[in-house]
Design a protein around this ligand. Structure first.
Ligand code: ARG
Length: 581
């Protein structure tokens, strides 16, 4: 669809000699309201035209023909500011939203391209900890954003299902006298307990570590009994993982984890050896990266065991072959930056020119207040990582208390409490820039005021409730959805209030925001955008009575468009767009 940016670019192209694409990319929004609706910065033209930007802006201003949409053009400080007729702006923006509905904000920039996203990817045998939430939800959101931009997205959970840890579990399982017949009653909690028991026991008896290494060697060598136990542990973990992902509404296309790449090890080592990259070092095999200012990569230990990075090298090659990706993103905390620098360097040295398409998308820590008042990395008093399921349950319970008090008649209180609790946790993490460390505070996260999940969900609820009331008033069942009937009969000059105009302007920005979030590989701009719409909606509803007003039809139309855009935005960040609370 032809946008205002297209239209302005068409006017500017013959005057500036810049291409349509260059112009569309250069056109921005003015810094201040009142400075127009779009701005074209003349600075890049200064060199070419050998003139100062303010002079260029003034000259261009005199040459732009005005029309029914573009009603004023003004030069200001080297910018050329464009003013759009407010009714025209409302008609086009709201018309596009009504026409495209849930597809509004979608684009085809990724058409024909594939992006592989690796996120969540926890280690097996352990429960998801609270700190897993951030990466899981950043990945989930990026997946939705890339899909919206037309990419084919492959969402991979690269389970940490191989390594000495599984030796530890097996050793402890057998040491406690457990057998295959006990597996049916085995739970994730009991697996976790085996881990803890191992760590405690190994403090007194260091030989356990050797036993664990041996057990893992037997596993790598394909010992049938050990593999059977390993598979059972894996199945138990997967079941629990899927349960938690269900709460979060997070999905994956593949659960191919590290163990899968065992059969690729020889091939991968041969390839690296063929490229002359493998150096023996005290019985182990490494890739020396000294020339690239990176520590060496250990591919194989003295005992022949392969490592996390060896499997990641194999996995990257496999992904390229399997999916022919245009981008392969690893959403993993910034503690693993070195690992990914090494991985990408090895791919480059191995001659894969697609190493440039591989990218680590790091994120900062989530800190929780300790009992002593300090900020710690998701640890509770006992030093254990707090479990994600407990945090979700805690949030659900607190919200349930509030609902029972404020809205005792609400149907499905339990389900609602879960959706609000999850929304609160997710929003509190994604509203921050990806790379920032964040300080998680229960009260702020669960508050119905301020920049919180419940606040943005509440705005969506209010929009839905006005539409519902209007439908009831008209004797129709269910929520009324005025926008789906199109713009016929709507007088767009009836939305002149500053609150209406500000809201419409916000709604026009969804396509740009998706672009910004994708360029930064960060859902944060979307979360901030949800706040912007929520605030705009609250302030419009507060200052302009909808039902029973002379502009009821137009205002309902705007409300419905705001509902569509806010709903899509919340969905894209993984905050449930609930309709009642
Ligand atoms: N399992 C790893 C961990 O818990 C994260 C894996 C990230 N993905 C990857 N392909 N390395 O630290």
């Amino acid at each position: 669809m032809r946008t205002y940016k297209d239209e302005i670019a068409e006017l500017l192209a013959p005057l500036t000699g810049l291409s349509h694409q260059e112009l569309v990319q250069a056109i921005t929004l003015p810094q201040h309201l009142g400075h127009g609706d779009f701005a074209f910065p003349c600075f890049p033209l200064a060199k070419k035209l050998r003139k100062a930007p303010p002079a260029i802006a003034a000259e261009l201003a005199g040459q732009i023909p005005l029309n029914a949409s573009i009603v004023k053009v003004e030069p200001l400080n080297g910018y050329l500011n464009f003013f759009i007729d407010p009714a025209d702006f409302a008609r086009r923006t709201l018309g596009a939203i009504a026409e495209q509905g849930a597809a509004y904000g979608a684009s085809s920039r990724g058409q024909g391209k594939t992006v592989v996203l690796d996120y969540s990817s926890p280690n097996m045998g352990k429960e998801l900890a609270f700190h897993h939430l951030r990466g899981t939800m950043i990945g989930n959101s990026l997946g939705k954003l890339y899909m919206r931009a037309g990419y084919k997205v492959v969402r991979i959970n690269h389970l940490g299902d191989w390594g000495t840890s599984y030796g530890k579990l097996i050793v402890m399982f057998l040491r406690e006298g457990l057998q295959e017949s006990d597996l049916a009653a085995m739970t994730i909690e009991r697996l976790n307990a085996l881990y803890t028991a191992f760590s405690n026991a190994a403090k007194d008896d260091p030989s356990l570590e050797d036993q664990a290494r041996e057990a893992f060697q037997r596993l790598e060598a394909g010992d049938a009994r050990y593999l059977g136990l390993w598979q059972a542990f894996k199945d138990i973990t997967l079941m629990e993982l899927r349960r938690i992902y269900g709460f979060l509404d997070v999905e994956f296309d593949s659960y191919v984890g590290e163990a899968y790449f065992l059969s690729h090890m020889t091939r991968t080592m041969d390839l690296l050896a063929y490229k002359g990259m493998v150096t023996p070092s005290q019985g182990a095999e490494i890739v020396d990266l000294t020339a690239h200012n990176l520590p060496p990569v250990m591919l194989r230990k003295t005992d022949g065991a392969t490592l996390y990075i060896t499997r990641d090298i194999a996995a990257a090659i496999h992904r390229k072959q399997e999916y022919a990706f245009d981008k392969c993103l690893y959403v993993v905390d910034n503690g693993q930056s070195l690992h990914f620098q090494q991985l990408i360097k090895v791919l480059e040295l191995a001659g894969f020119d697609w190493y440039k398409e591989v990218e680590h998308v790091p994120f900062g820590l989530v800190l929780i207040k300790s009992e002593e008042g300090g900020w710690e990395k998701g640890k509770t008093r006992s030093g254990q990582a707090s479990l994600l399921k407990d945090v979700i349950e805690g949030a659900r319970e607190k919200i349930l208390g509030i609902i029972k008090e404020k809205n005792p008649d609400a149907v499905n209180k339990e389900g609602l409490a879960l959706q609000i609790g999850v929304g609160a946790l997710v929003f509190s993490e994604l509203k921050n820039r990806r790379l920032n460390d964040i300080r998680f505070e229960w009260d702020k996260a669960l508050s119905f005021e301020g920049d919180s999940g419940p606040y943005v969900q509440n705005a969506h609820v209010r929009l839905c409730s006005i539409l519902r009331k209007s439908a009831e008033k008209a004797g129709r069942a269910g929520a009324d959805r005025p926008a789906k009937d199109g713009t016929e009969g709507i007088d767009f000059s009836k939305l002149p209030e500053p609150q209406a105009q500000a809201l419409i302007r916000s709604l026009s920005l969804l396509p740009d925001k998706v672009g910004t979030a994708l360029e930064a590989n960060d859902p944060c701009p979307m979360a901030q955008y949800a706040l912007e719409i929520a605030e705009g909606a609250h302030s419009f509803i507060h200052s302009c009575r909808v039902l029973g007003s002379a502009e009821e039809k137009e205002r309902l139309f705007l409300i419905d468009c705001a509902r569509i855009v806010l709903g899509r935005t919340l969905d894209m960040i993984g905050v449930p767009p609930i309709e009642e609370m």
